[in-house]
Design a protein around this ligand. Sequence first.
Ligand code: ASP
Ligand code: MG
Length: 412
Amino acid sequence: MPVLVMKFGGTSVATLDRIRRAAKRVGVEVAKGYDVIVIVSAMSGETNKLVGFVEETSPLFDAREYDAVVSSGENVTAGLMALTLQEMDVPARSWQGWQVPLVTTSQHSSARIVDIPTDNITRKFGEGMKVAVVAGFQGISPEGRITTLGRGGSDTTAVAFAAAFDAQRCDIYTDVDGVYTTDPRICDKARKLDKIAFEEMLELASLGAKVLQTRSVELAMRYKVKLRVLSSFEEQSDEAGTLVCDEEEIMELNVVSGVAHSRDEAKMTLVAVEDRPGIAAGIFTPLSEAGINVDMIVQNISDEGHTDMTFSCPVNQVARAEKALKAAMEAGSIAFSELVADTEVCKISVVGIGMRSHTGVAAKMFKVLSEEGINIKVITTSEIKISVLVERKYMELAVQALHHAFDLDKAS
Ligand code: ASP
Ligand code: MG
């Protein structure tokens, strides 16, 4: 029998009623002849509650016990989903991570999947079981301790199962009906994409389109797992949602597939740093040690042995970054005349795999922004993405203008 993986996120299993709705969707796929592996998250809000319990009990908690506690939300939904399916006369049973066993590394709270043996579950399918309900987000370390895969990790569990069982598809049921060309709250012309390439999705996911855990997309790309993102709150057809797939499966590649934004960015400039070997390391090593998520980096042309170094980071890390850089200056490892922080910027990016074969995307982006009177402060590019920092007050305007200019607006 072909295998289908269906993953239900926290909002899709938030109440017994919703679990029933989800189970009905599973029943539809079983009736089509699939052996189904269902991956469940904890009921929405549950994992946060458990994390809170751990932090209140023990501020410097033992990560092994953290995992033992926070993984338990998924155990509840796995059991309830199996019971609901049984009530519908669908042969089902639940599996906790260790029972599979889903083997991970020992990095508690952010473990990586090492192996998913398929024999136990396959044997049960052979004996007439139709649905294996697996608790997402959790596994077992080589030391025999319970581990978790990091927040949002059940997406990764689902893709890993799809790869291990060579599933026809991995359907991710969530509270949005797919991946959009941009944030519909900012641009009412945002359109749902029918298909998007893995690489585009990766760029959009890490840019803040929070539909899928980034690691799950990386894994899907590596094993060519067809991923579909769809809503569990709407009646569904086989074409519903957005298919995240290999670019070869997309006939006509978009030059630009989406416009992403990240609101709370800051730009920091070190003025007149010495231009000599080791200076970049001297700046960015203390920043990384302080846990600063540096994003864009620009070094100016040198003038009389000195240069300006600019980088961006989340606005709530500015104080920490300043402290780290001033400490490095006092320790004598770097020198600069001034440290200037601009905390009123945002990042806007256009993403599209078609950029590889089309020229002029950057020029067009800059022209559109200039026509709106928006000044660009920093630019970075990659093969399939162009990002700029602009003043935060222009964020909505920039997204809307670019969305329109790159022909992404939905027909009205
Ligand atoms: N329940 C876990 C979390 O909220 C895992 C998941 O839902 O993906 O992070
Ligand atoms: Mg999620």
